[in-house]
Ligand binder design. Structure first.
Ligand SMILES: *Cc1c(COP(=O)(O)O)cnc(C)c1O
Length: 238
């Protein structure tokens, strides 16, 4: 067994333990393997261990991996999630390659992704990225804009809104982590109550360092990079 396979098994059992600990028995919590900066060989190892969903942060790097697997391993049917910031001049590449986008934070990007989605592809499954910690430096919508953005996305035929995503401030104590995740969960409940016709079933929250708190607060999708693929080398990303 390779170490990537072992890491996936380890994380999967940690997810199950965290889930049982807080009494969430029936729901499934999806593991999104964040493969940014990692080579296709690492993705292939994870895929051979049964992992299907992968997250990428950089538009061109992600699109290159999508094409590589479509051409060389169509039998794996991998599902690709875009989880990085989107500049409008790169939105077309995202619209043409990804199945999911977690980082919708403004109307312009939602509109462009809708308009640029090729008609032969299914709608993009999208999440609104929320800035729960309220830090000006972090990307994400303020709470006040979420309702307007939800209405816009609901009107766009090539986007399907599935829920919310956040990247809270990087803190290590469990209580602060939990507080930020509860905020996102409450917002999703508010949104779901206001728009009962929408199927808002996804809360994308939790990374290698705060997965347990995220699961306790109701995460349905944890985004794990380091704990699967090891530390990242950013030296070629400067
Ligand atoms: C890199 C990244 C992750 C994975 O982080 P790890 O700490 O390596 O697990 C998750 N979500 C987003 C948005 C990221 O950019």
């Amino acid at each position: 067994m390779t170490s990537i396979q072992q890491n996936i098994e380890h994380i999967t059992s940690q997810i199950a333990t965290a889930q049982q600990k807080c009494g969430r028995t029936r729901e499934t919590i999806q593991l999104l393997a964040v493969s940014k900066t990692k080579p296709v060989e690492a993705v292939l190892e994870a895929a051979q261990a049964g992992q299907k969903e992968f997250g990428e942060n950089y538009v061109q790097e992600g699109a290159d991996k999508v094409s590589y697997f479509q051409q060389n391993h169509p039998e794996l049917s991998l599902e690709w999630h875009f989880i990085g910031p989107i500049q409008s001049n790169k939105s077309r590449i995202v619209a043409e390659n990804f199945d999911w986008v977690h980082t919708i934070d403004r109307a312009k990007i939602a509109q462009r992704l809708n308009d640029q989605r090729p008609i032969n592809l299914a709608p993009i499954q999208v999440l609104i990225q929320v800035n729960t910690s309220g830090e000006a430096s972090k990307s994400g919508t303020d709470e006040s804009e979420i309702f307007a953005l939800t209405e816009l996305i609901s009107s766009l035929p090539n986007l399907t809104l599935r829920g919310l995503m956040s990247i809270p401030a990087n803190v290590s104590d469990h209580e602060s982590q939990l507080h930020a995740f509860h905020q996102l969960a409450e917002l999703k409940d508010k949104l779901a109550a206001h728009y009962p016709a929408l199927t808002l079933d996804t809360l994308s929250m939790g990374m290698s360092g705060d997965m347990e708190a995220a699961i306790e607060a109701g995460s349905t999708m944890v985004r794990i990079g380091t704990a699967i693929f090891g530390a990242r080398d950013y030296s070629n990303k400067a």
